[in-house]
Design a protein around this ligand. Structure first.
Ligand code: ADP
Ligand code: MG
Length: 636
């Protein structure tokens, strides 16, 4: 509880004691009146001021206004105790609300714990000094000691250690790093001292981007929330006018007692206060987003949480999403292998054909600047240092491959589409199933390297679990070879697959899937590498493996910090639970309201019943919303 809340609690307790004292010892007369008024003002002066301010600014029909006229009315008709009680319990509800909001905000900002306070850099004397992370520049070397937070993204140049990524990914397993590994800001360095060459400025670092994303998540309102604000806009005036009618019409028509009917109208006002709805719906979404962030799932707004709960088709990108994206080289086939190549003139590449080593070298050099998983794997397979002075102009064509100038030769490395594009004579498919990277020099085919990728351990299970949570259809889109796509889809149990797609074809397929889909929503899961257009086109774009990938964080609606496909299932479960709670709260609060309103209008429920109904409903709805702050993590 913070100081403001403690003060509010004090005011509530003092007022309550004064009110009870007055009720016991001086229910009537001047002393009682003074005690009741003091109690009322101590607890209610803020609401009175707010209501007055709202009236001045013209937006007066809010719950402060309702409470103010109801309580002042109660005083005016001689019901001092009731007037006090309404204000006191209204404040109890408010206190409860701010406590709950704070608590779930904290669970989101448990992530704020990832914000580093300082970075250690070496000064001229070789001593370590602490500086603010935003003063460190790209290329600077920082030291991170055991137990410290890694302040900036970078590459380890010295030392080995294990890092705890749990604050970012929700994954408790520590990761080993050594010289050459990339490290990400926000992780904790657990065991050894490491020196890190910084690769991104603080403003661009993973930590800053995540914090920015989390801070903005509450601005994107869901349909349910918009519904509630619209509802409140019409509801409150209706209630006020109904109360007015209730106070005036029955006594005029039946000739009854004005005071009785005014009291009934006031009761009606108290009952009808929409606090419980106004508070609990955003809180329920907030709880869901907070719970998800603890599992390393960042949701950019409650609208996406809502859409996610209605997903019934999940479309996947293949490489890096369902598969590990680390290709193993399984074969290198130069075109003249065993002298079988008829089309080869045997002298198109420095006077002879390329051999296996040269083929791999050319591929690795051509791919040198690419971020595609294929490129990483080829460079890894080549394993030797790349001399970048040998590389000239490089041109990556998404969904095709790379054209590069190496030692003055123009080399193309990519799929058959690229070979057609550069019109490579003699290019042919490989008999082996796998992703083939074909290589050509100036329109002459040199051969191909066959690489293959394996599915992630959890992909198959994730597809199965998606089915069991009610996702109707799973689809895989890939730019890879048809045979590779077919094999992978069968292996993982995916319903439909589309292969050999260019990034633009993927968008087109997504459009088709979207238009074939009726009520349900379509989610797309990708890694953000060349699939950003599809990510943004889907109803819900989910990017995975976001640790360090800016493109993914940017384009997606939901960001999975690590690359475990099971997190998609977790995210859907969290969203369904949040939406279920939202619905429960709407039905429950409106239900109770309607019942008490009717009872109140007929004079069966008095002011006391009204107060307890209102505060009670709010508190139950808030507790219900808070249920999910501790999320359902499946760790089995
Ligand atoms: P996926 O849908 O499987 O993620 P991409 O759209 O990333 O596939 O790539 C589609 C295909 O384009 C790859 O299977 C590969 O044949 C070719 N390709 C794309 N980028 C490269 C590259 N940098 N080097 C070689 N081939 C590439
Ligand atoms: Mg891809």
């Amino acid at each position: 509880m913070n100081r403001k809340q403690k003060k509010q609690l004090c005011a509530i307790v003092i007022s309550l004691l004064l009110m009870i004292g007055a009720m016991l010892f001086a229910p009537d007369g001047i002393v009682g009146g003074v005690l009741f008024c003091t109690a009322y003002l101590i607890v209610g002066y803020k609401a009175l001021i707010k209501a007055a301010k709202n009236i001045v600014s013209g937006h007066f029909l809010d719950e402060n206004f309702l409470m103010t006229i109801a309580t002042i009315g109660a005083f005016a008709t001689g019901e001092y105790a009731e007037g006090c009680a309404v204000m006191i319990f209204y404040q109890v509800g408010e206190l409860f609300e701010s406590y709950a909001v704070n608590k779930s905000r904290k669970s989101i900002t448990a992530l704020m714990d990832i914000r580093p306070d300082y970075a250690n850099v070496e000064n001229e004397k070789g001593e370590l000094v602490q500086v603010s992370p935003d003063t460190v520049k790209i290329g600077d070397v920082i030291a991170v000691k055991a137990g410290e937070k890694i302040p900036l993204d970078g590459i380890v140049i010295e030392g080995t250690t294990t890092v705890d990524t749990s604050a970012l990914t929700g994954e408790s397993l520590p990761r080993d790093v050594a010289a050459g590994s990339g490290v990400i800001s926000g992780c904790i360095n657990m065991t050894g001292l490491i020196r890190v060459r910084v690769t991104k400025e603080f403003g661009e670092s993973t930590v800053s981007r995540i914090l920015e994303l989390v801070e903005n998540s509450s601005t994107k309102k869901s349909k349910s929330e918009n519904f509630i604000s619209k509802f409140a806009k019409y509801y409150t005036p209706i209630v006020v006018f109904s109360a007015l009618a209730l106070a005036v019409i029955p006594p005029l028509v039946t000739g009854g007692d004005f005071v009785t009917w005014i009291q009934r109208a006031l009761t009606f006002l108290v009952i009808s206060c929409p606090c419980a709805l106004v508070i609990s719906i955003p809180l329920s979404f907030f709880g869901g987003i907070g719970g998800a962030s603890r599992c390393g799932i960042l949701i950019k707004g409650s609208n996406y949480l809502e859409a996610l709960s209605k997903v019934d088709t999940v479309v996947f990108d293949k490489t890096g999403t369902l598969t590990k994206g680390t290709f193993e080289v399984t074969a290198v086939h130069p075109c003249n292998e065993n002298g079988e190549c008829e089309n080869c003139s045997h002298k198109h590449f420095h006077g002879k054909c390329a051999d296996k080593n040269e083929l791999l070298e050319l591929a690795a050099y051509a791919e040198c600047y690419s971020d595609h998983p294929i490129s990483h794997s080829l460079r890894k397979a080549y394993a030797k240092e790349i001399d970048s002075s040998r590389i000239g102009e490089v041109n990556e064509i998404s969904g095709h491959g790379v054209n590069a100038v190496i030692d003055g030769n123009s080399i193309s490395a990519g799929n058959m589409k690229l070979m057609e594009m550069v019109d490579a004579k003699g290019a042919h498919e490989c008999h082996k199933t796998g992703t083939a990277v074909h290589i050509a020099h100036d329109g002459e085919y040199l051969g191909h390297i066959v690489i293959s990728d394996v599915p992630k351990e959890d992909s198959q299970r994730a597809i199965g679990e998606l089915k069991s949570v009610g996702v109707r259809k799973t689809v895989m889109l890939t730019g890879d070879d048809r045979r590779v796509g077919e094999k992978m889809a069968a292996e993982l149990g995916i319903d439909e697959y589309y292969a050999e797609l260019l990034p633009a074809d993927k968008v087109e397929r997504m459009e088709e899937i979207l238009s074939a889909e009726g009520e349900g929503k379509v989610a797309f899961v990708g890694d953000g590498i060349n699939d950003a257009p599809v990510l943004s086109r889907a109803d819900v774009g989910i990017a995975m493996g976001a640790m360090g990938s800016d493109a993914a964080i940017e384009a997606a609606d939901i960001v999975l910090m690590d690359d475990n496909p099971l997190k998609i299932v977790t995210a859907i479960k969290i969203s369904r639970k949040a939406l279920k709670i939202v619905k429960e709260n709407i039905v429950f609060t409106i239900g109770i309201k309607v019942i008490t309103l009717i009872l109140g209008a007929f004079g069966i429920a008095n002011m006391w019943a009204a107060v307890f109904a209102d505060v009670g409903v709010s508190i139950i709805a808030i507790l219900n919303a808070m249920r999910q702050v501790v999320p359902p993590v499946n760790k089995d």
